[in-house]
Design a protein around this ligand. Structure first.
Ligand code: XMP
Length: 523
């Protein structure tokens, strides 16, 4: 296994992720673990992550000395390279020029780490790597025993290696996908240099995670707020696998879920998996508090607050519970860590945080280290249906932010049916020339209820009814998004079906705004 020491980079977890992709087990620990910890850990190799500090300042993070005395290969990345250089007798200078983003690095292929790894070759025959750099400081003199492994114009020592001791270091970030050969480089390090086999996989992950959960909670009881979304569902399935009936899920139906969603959640968890689930039908309570409120932020706050309220009342009934489980995944961890620094709240997302402080429970977050696609694979391996695990994201406030203005029960009913028709047609329509359907080819798709009436004609009669907007977007990170170019025939069919089958809607429009300037949700 590989030990990753974290010096505080935003992308440390990505290193673990790439190592996992290479089929090797790895764990992230803070850089300041003890020498003893390092000696007892049993690592086949150690990776030192990047970090925000400068080794040129006095009190800055250092790797435990044991890292360099253990005799195992070490790879330093960015800050990890700088601290390696400083700790082994090299020198780091406070950079005057900051380098950030794309760079081309001349790779010295004479080292085992970079041998035959290159993106292209220059006219002079130098192997070049396309990489992502982010640093201010740089190493300006290598420790004794090291030779140059990579360089750029700005950063003459962009990589160094002491092959005798198997110490390697790079100034750029091999863990990010912008570094084209990053996966190859990390794969080379863990397989060939550290000698790890690719034998780590999802079933192994499940047994490790199950053991960790058991060790963490012992014989305590655990409560989990099940929303029906991917993350809380996978967390529930995993924790249930670990501790069975010590887990109680509380499923709050706020009346703003999609068509048949409540029924599906109960079937899947309570009936199929045998998970203890308490379903709370709180639709009336939510509708009551939302009556007369049309401001989007206020609606979100009310839904969030009521959710906490209901959850609190229900969980207080579970007397022995000591833990609150959450389906927090790694991107949530990063997002909330960055909160302080970000300028404006564009929208207040309600599903992270809030609960633990008021409940006095300890937090159990077994998915904290995983990325979304890993969570999905885990869900499938735990026996959740693919259709559920590969569902589009659904916001915590649910249809509450898809019914513009005041939320009313009958609006929610109309919207649920229109939305279900849209989703069904997306699932049934293949994308030409691929083996995907349009649901799979879009990142998020849904219907929005517009509380405006327009005139129509149906049969011989005039109608005066509401409008539904369809939204379908493609995105990688949900920060920016393109509207999906759905085929006109598909849109036409959806429109016909909604207008014919959902009495109360006589007009369907398609949203062709990108994000930015629009957001994905309408509120
Ligand atoms: P926007 O509308 O901001 O949405 O472009 C980006 C992504 O976030 C989801 N979203 C939410 N998710 N609670 C959530 O759990 C919320 O309050 C919330 N608001 C937006 C949205 O569905 C999209 O995937």
């Amino acid at each position: 296994k590989i030990l990753i020491l974290d010096f505080g980079s935003q992308v440390t977890q990505l290193i673990a992720r790439r190592v996992r992709d290479a089929g090797v087990f790895s764990e992230v620990y803070p850089y300041d673990v003890s020498d003893e910890f390092i000696r007892n850990y049993g690592a086949a190799g150690i990776i030192l992550s990047g970090g925000p500090n400068s080794v040129t300042e006095d009190e800055t993070p250092r790797a435990p000395q044991a890292v360099f005395e253990l005799g195992v290969p070490v790879l330093g990345i960015c800050y990890g390279m700088q601290t390696m250089a400083a700790q082994l007798g090299g020198q780091v200078e406070n950079g005057t020029v900051r380098e950030f983003g794309y760079a081309e690095v001349r790779a010295r292929g004479h080292t085992n780490l970079l041998k035959d790894i290159a993106d292209f070759t220059t006219a002079e025959g130098h192997g070049m790597l396309k990489v992502w750099m982010s640093h201010g400081d740089k190493v300006n003199s290598m420790p004794v025993g090291f030779k140059l492994m990579a360089s750029t114009d700005n950063c003459p020592i962009a990589g160094m290696a002491d092959e005798e001791r198997r110490f390697y270091a790079v100034q750029f970030h091999p863990e990010v996908t912008h570094t084209v050969q990053g996966a190859a480089l990390l794969g080379r390090f863990v397989h060939e240099i550290c000698g790890c086999k690719s034998d780590w996989n999802m079933p192994d992950y499940i047994s490790e995670a199950v053991a960790a959960i058991r060790a963490q909670v012992g014989s305590d009881d655990v409560i989990l707020g099940l929303s029906g979304g991917v993350d809380s569902s996978v967390a529930a399935a995993l924790i249930h696998r670990a501790i069975g009936n010590q887990l109680t899920c509380v499923f709050v139906d706020h009346g703003l879920l999609r068509l048949d969603e409540g029924k599906m959640v109960m079937e899947m968890f309570a009936e199929n998996l045998g998970v203890k689930v308490i379903r709370i039908d709180a639709a009336q309570q939510f509708m009551g508090h939302l009556a007369g409120v049309s401001d989007p932020e206020q609606k979100r706050k009310i839904i969030g607050r009521e959710f906490v309220e209901v959850f609190q009342v229900e969980s207080a009934k579970i007397k022995n519970a000591k833990w609150l489980a959450q389906g927090t995944i790694y991107p949530d961890v990063i997002e909330s860590a960055g909160k302080g620094k970000k300028g404006h709240t564009i929208k207040s997302h309600h599903n992270v945080g809030g609960l633990p402080e008021t409940l006095h429970l300890k937090l159990l977050e077994p998915l904290r280290e995983l990325f979304k696609d890993e969570v999905r694979k885990l869900g499938v391996a735990l026996g959740l249906p693919e259709a559920m695990v590969y569902r589009h994201p659904f916001p915590g406030p649910g249809l509450g932010v898809r019914i513009l203005g005041e939320v009313k029960q009958d609006f929610a009913d109309l919207l649920r049916r229109a939305d279900a028709i849209f989703i069904e047609e997306l699932r049934n329509t293949p994308v030409e020339g691929t083996d995907q359907n349009w649901y799979q080819a879009t990142s998020q798709a849904f219907a929005v209820f517009l509380p405006v009436k327009s005139v129509g004609v149906m049969g011989d009669g005039r109608t005066y009814e509401y409008v539904v907007a369809l939204r379908a977007v493609q995105t990688l990170d949900f920060m920016t998004a393109q509207w999906a170019h759905l085929p006109h025939e598909l849109l036409g069919k959806v429109s016909n079906r909604i207008i014919n089958e959902v009495r109360g809607i006589n007009r369907v429009v398609y949203d062709i705004s990108g994000k930015p300037p629009a957001t994905i949700e309408w509120e």
